[in-house]
Design a protein around this ligand. Structure first.
Ligand SMILES: NC(=O)c1ccc[n+]([C@@H]2O[C@H](COP(=O)([O-])OP(=O)(O)OC[C@H]3O[C@@H](n4cnc5c(N)ncnc54)[C@H](OP(=O)(O)O)[C@@H]3O)[C@@H](O)[C@H]2O)c1
Length: 300
């Protein structure tokens, strides 16, 4: 979802690697190298020998609730696809990039924080392993740790609840709200969860800036203002319906833990000081909704 937007704006100026050839969905790339990132040795080798001078790692196992089912019990060693892709492959890509002198941007998430005291700036320490952190969040956190250890010149670009216009391939945060509202299945939405949704075109713009200037370290790209799922959905549905709407209110703190769902950061959100100082565009969640509704006439 996020990577394909970057390919759209970098049309014919990038190559892709992964399982699914992006050309199958009409995207334009110079070359496609098939790779299953669960093979760390091949991943390292492919990264090192590819002719490109910059690499962006968008790939991850991103279904947070499905990934939660891979959480190891008690003290068993981590394993499973999310561990292989989100943690081990991230490290292997960084090793391959470092050994061949390539600049790497590794895309990550606010779920590396447990949501006890957000919003988080770039210097905030990632959360330790605990029941408060999703297994997805821990695998992504371990991925970040391995990237920085293997390649101190790499950048880690964290984003949060990305949403975009015109992408049939995956239902994003905003479109999930619209679909469930229309299907009459919208659950009560949390008023007490703090989030900073990322407008996906900002990610592509930040990547263009990073690739041009090659800074190392963590950069956050997200809405400069915080919101809650309830407030975001109320604004989105209200804009689509062109009238004020009242949705059902829920509380994350007041909800019993559902064992089928991964824990979510409650006081999450990303502070974006570094991106602002680098001059990257940072679209507020309200402006993002505005652009989305304008782009998606079919919403009406
Ligand atoms: N979505 C969110 O809410 C969110 C929030 C914060 C951060 N992020 C981060 O942003 C990045 C992009 O997320 P997204 O939502 O765009 O993800 P996405 O749409 O689920 O895309 C993930 C990509 O990873 C590829 N992939 C997964 N397993 C692979 C494997 N074993 N080998 C090769 N490729 C594999 C998938 O390939 P196939 O298409 O072939 O399956 C897919 O192209 C990720 O790093 C994610 O952690 C996402």
């Amino acid at each position: 979802m996020v990577g394909s937007h970057f390919i759209e704006i970098a049309a014919n100026r990038c190559a892709a690697a992964g399982i699914t050839d992006p050309r199958a969905t009409g995207l334009k790339v110079d070359r496609f190298d098939p790779i299953d990132l669960r093979d760390a040795a091949r991943t390292r080798e492919l990264t090192a020998r590819s002719p490109e001078t910059t690499i962006v790692n968008f790939a991850a196992m991103t279904d947070v609730d499905a990934v939660e089912q891979e959480r190891p019990v008690e003290s068993t060693a981590p394993s499973g696809s999310a561990w292989s892709v989100n943690a081990l492959a991230a490290g292997a890509i960084a090793e391959g990039a470092r050994s061949s002198g390539k600049y790497l941007v590794h895309v990550s998430t606010d779920f590396v924080f447990d949501g006890s005291e957000g919003p988080y700036d770039e210097s905030a320490p990632r959360a330790p392993f605990s029941e408060r952190l999703s297994w997805y969040g821990w695998t992504k956190s371990e991925g970040e740790r391995r990237v920085v250890a293997a390649d101190p010149t790499a950048a880690v670009l964290r984003i949060s609840y990305p949403f975009r216009a015109s992408f049939p391939g995956k239902v994003d945060f905003a479109r999930r709200i619209v679909r469930s509202y229309r299907g009459g299945t919208l659950p009560p939405l949390y008023v007490d969860q703090q989030i900073s949704p990322t407008w996906v075109p900002d990610v592509s713009a930040a990547l263009a800036g990073l690739l041009a200037r090659r800074p190392a370290g963590v950069v956050h790209v997200a809405s400069p203002g915080l919101t809650s799922p309830y407030e975001f959905a109320t604004e989105l549905i209200g804009r689509i319906e062109s009238r004020p709407v009242t949705l059902a209110r829920g509380s994350l703190a007041g909800s019993p833990r559902d064992p089928r769902r991964a824990p979510r950061p409650r006081l999450g959100g990303l502070s974006t000081g570094r991106a602002a100082s680098l001059g990257f565009p940072l679209t507020s969640w309200r402006e993002g909704i505005e652009s989305l509704v304008r782009a998606e006439e079919g919403f009406r």
